[in-house]
Design a protein. Structure first.
Length: 508
């Protein structure tokens, strides 16, 4: 076999190596690349790829055994000179194959964690700037196709980890500006440079430290959680769960069947969580011995390994919180997870307009005291009210990146995209307006959609001129009266047109 460098033939490596510096790429490309990088992780945990990796390890062991036997033959004094030369050539050939396999195996082992490093680097560099956060969250939702696009399930799966990670880190950032988490590791990081009297140096160091020691491990934990759902065993369980939930919807009114399906649903969920947890911890454990860092001396290596050990423990604790959804971090994760699932819905479990219902959904889930048949509280179903309020205050009632139709009077209908976090009034989104000329005129000024504007219609016939507007926003009658950039520029999301919109809206 020829000694081909595996870096030259892996389809995900180009993406990995060309997205190292987040300052060198546009936010549109960043969102797409983060999706592609997750696709790369999906490929790594495919059963066929896992089997290929195991096969290569077996081949390496077999090759090493061959080399041992050939070396033993070469030492045999009864062999002629010609025979020993021939054996030497075979040994050299096998050693080349051994080196090729070792390179390939090392590469396969390291690549998933290089991807995780790359992803965490890109996302963590966006958290400090509210403007960067707005751009990433806005573009991710704006690029998300509607349910009639056959790519929606795949794109939802690819882009959800980045959206969830970004939102989770943003929530942690804004919470820590007011009060700290009761997390020993996080508090140690925040306190590490607090004694420095030079505030400029302190702030710079602290910012970098938070990115590498807090945000990066959280992002890695989140991606590990999502990738644990991509193994064959968990994908099969998810499929069964989806089928069971569809059956529950179809069986509405049949109490006996509903109870049976609920019981089955709970069993499947428990099994899915257990299998996913096993996959995740295995994946994370494999990463602890992987490092691409080069050290100048042993002391540098010792300090690095000590810090990495602490970070790995923190990552594992975050991962466990994602499964238990208990405690301070678990409560926050549950809120962000629910919101992400509503913002980037994947059929058949979410309705088309779930991004617009996210505000109500979270509020209801944080206030309703659900009880079982014996009257006992089902606290595990509730969302933490404090974190719900924090998230909804940040996002408003209309998530940034969604398209809204606005009636500005006299039958004139405008298109608006909310693009700003922390609106003063959650029902008055701040964003950019798309005029009747659509792509021809894209004002860069922000607009505040007043409550007196009718954002949604009770009835929507498909013809904007024939739309009947209600005088007030009817929360029960949302209907289909919202739009996406994908509708304007085509489901394929033409990069040129999207770039034009993003550039004029200052989203680049």
């Amino acid at each position: 076999m020829s000694d081909v460098n595996p870096l030259n033939r892996d389809k995900f490596t180009r993406t990995l190596l060309t997205t190292v510096n987040p300052k060198d790429i546009t936010n549109i490309r960043r969102v797409k690349n983060l999706g592609r990088l997750f696709e790369g992780l999906q490929y790594r945990v495919k059963e066929s790829n896992i089997q290929n990796n195991l096969k290569e390890i077996e081949e390496l062991e077999s090759t090493k055994e061959k080399i041992k036997k050939l070396e033993s033959k070469k030492k045999d004094s009864t062999k002629s000179k010609e025979e020993r030369i021939s054996i030497g050539k075979k040994i050299k050939s096998e050693e080349i194959e051994e080196k090729r396999l070792e390179t390939r195996i090392t590469y396969n082992k390291e690549l998933p964690f290089k991807i995780l490093d790359n992803v965490s680097y890109q996302i963590s560099n966006q958290i400090d700037s509210t403007l960067d956060l707005e751009k990433i969250l806005c573009i991710t939702l704006a690029m998300h196709p509607r349910k009639d696009d056959e790519n929606q399930p795949a794109l939802s799966e690819e882009r959800k980890p980045a959206y969830f990670s970004t939102l989770l880190c943003a929530m942690i950032r804004f919470k820590n500006e007011k009060s700290r988490f009761k997390n020993e590791y996080m508090n140690k990081v925040y306190q590490r440079y607090n004694e420095n009297q030079d505030s400029d140096i302190k702030d710079k160091k602290l910012d970098d430290l938070i990115k590498t020691d807090i945000y990066a491990p959280i992002i890695k934990a989140a991606y590990t959680y999502f990738i644990s759902m991509q193994y064959r065993n968990t994908k099969e369980l998810k499929k069964k769960l989806d089928i069971n939930l569809i059956e529950m919807k179809k069986s509405k009114g049949n109490k006996i069947k509903i109870e049976e399906l609920k019981k089955k649903n709970n069993e499947l969920r428990k099994e899915l969580i257990n299998e996913s947890k096993i996959n995740a911890i295995k994946f994370l454990t494999e990463s602890k011995d992987v490092t691409t860092h080069k050290f100048n001396h042993q002391e540098e290596k010792r300090i690095f390994e000590k810090e990495e050990k602490e970070k790995n423990k923190f990552t594992l604790s975050i991962l466990k919180s994602m499964y238990s959804q208990k405690g301070e971090m678990g409560d926050l994760i549950k809120v962000v997870q629910r919101y992400t699932n509503l913002i980037l819905p994947k059929e058949p479990l979410n309705p088309e307009d779930s991004p617009l219902r996210a505000y109500d959904n979270l509020l209801i889930s944080s206030k309703t005291n659900k009880r079982d048949k014996d009257g006992n509280k089902l606290d595990e179903m509730l969302l933490h009210p404090g974190y719900v309020n924090q998230l909804l205050n940040m996002m408003g009632a209309y998530p940034i990146g969604i398209g809204l139709y606005v009636d500005i009077g006299e039958g004139i209908l405008d298109k608006v995209v909310p693009t700003k976090l922390f609106p003063k009034n959650p029902f008055q989104p701040v964003g950019k307006k798309l005029t009747k000329q659509f792509l021809n005129v894209l004002p860069s000024d922000y607009v505040i959609v007043s409550e007196k504007n009718n954002i949604f219609s009770k009835k929507y016939t498909g013809n904007l001129k024939e739309t009947n507007f209600s005088t007030q926003y009817d929360r029960e009658g949302i209907g289909d009266l919202f739009w996406k950039l994908c509708d304007v520029i085509g489901h394929s999301v033409d990069d040129g047109k999207l770039f034009q919109i993003a550039q004029k809206w200052n989203l680049i």
